[in-house]
Design a protein around this ligand. Structure first.
Ligand SMILES: Nc1ncnc2c1ncn2[C@@H]1O[C@H](COP(=O)(O)OP(=O)(O)OP(=O)(O)O)[C@@H](O)[C@H]1O
Ligand SMILES: [Mg+2]
Length: 243
């Protein structure tokens, strides 16, 4: 069958694509899925820190795509989330061409159930390459008007140019908004015009994990929210809002 390829995208930077990539990848892996996370955001790496592979990677995705090393050599298992495998972006420069990415995915696709592609904000080269291979695009937005409007532009581009299905993840949702006062969130969903698959709360646990290079506690609301998205991706109906 081959892996399901999922890209993460946003219009604005800093909405949480890399954080969601790692934590959703970890949640899928905890369900017994083998997950490969490929970071395509050259020069602005962060997946290595969040997934705990910082300092453990020797090769990056460009080394693999240019044939300088095999995929096995570049893939590193996250010490924080077992069964989550990571390939980092280059420290600087380098463009991942769509044809090279497609060839790579057909080579490694049988070894994984999910391949997550963490792109850079906007619609530059990482976005274009990911879009050429993705079956599903997760648009990550935070509940503020500018981010949401830019999310819509990205969503429209995906609908026009790609063959990926679209889903929306609302991230950094203040806890006062994630319960009954949901009107504001409805507006976000309407504006982006994509089906909602996850609501991730604004979370001190996520911030602490990023600073310390540690896992988020399994009991945290944020961890439960990522588990719910993972369950929905695996076809299970779960509540969107974690109380
Ligand atoms: N739900 C959340 N609660 C609190 N902090 C968060 C949450 N999600 C992400 N963050 C923080 O927001 C910052 C940006 O997150 P991240 O790097 O994942 O965004 P990004 O969309 O990948 O950014 P870029 O566009 O630069 O690639 C980080 O400091 C991260 O720890
Ligand atoms: Mg990022």
């Amino acid at each position: 069958m081959g892996a399901k390829v999922i890209m993460l995208a946003s219009g604005k930077g800093g909405t949480g694509k890399s954080t969601v990539s790692v934590m959703l990848g970890g949640a899928l892996a905890a369900r017994g899925e083998r997950v490969l996370l490929v970071e395509l955001d050259s020069g602005l790496r962060s997946v290595d820190l969040i997934s705990g592979v910082y300092g453990k990677t020797v090769y990056d995705i460009e080394d693999v795509l240019s044939g300088r090393c095999s995929a096995e050599k570049a893939v590193v298992e996250s010490p924080l989330y077992s069964d989550l495998y990571v390939i980092s972006a280059p420290y600087s420069g380098g463009t991942v061409r769509p044809s090279a990415l497609a060839a790579f995915i057909s080579t490694v696709g049988e070894a994984f159930e999910y391949i997550l592609l963490d792109t850079a904000a906007g619609m530059g080269a990482p976005f274009i390459s990911a879009l050429s291979v993705a079956q599903l695009a997760l648009i990550v937005v935070t509940p503020d008007p500018i981010t949401v409007r830019d999310g819509r532009i990205v969503a429209d581009t995906i609908a026009e140019k790609g063959r990926a299905n679209l889903r929306l993840i609302l991230n950094k949702v203040p806890t006062t908004l994630d319960g009954t006062g949901i009107a504001n969130l409805d507006e976000c969903i309407d504006t982006v015009s994509a089906r909602l698959i996850g609501v991730i709360p604004q979370s001190d646990d996520i911030m602490r994990a990023a600073v310390n290079g540690s896992r988020i506690p399994a009991k945290s609301k944020a961890a439960k929210a990522f588990n719910a998205v993972a369950a929905r991706l695996c076809g299970r109906e779960t509540p969107l809002v974690i109380k």
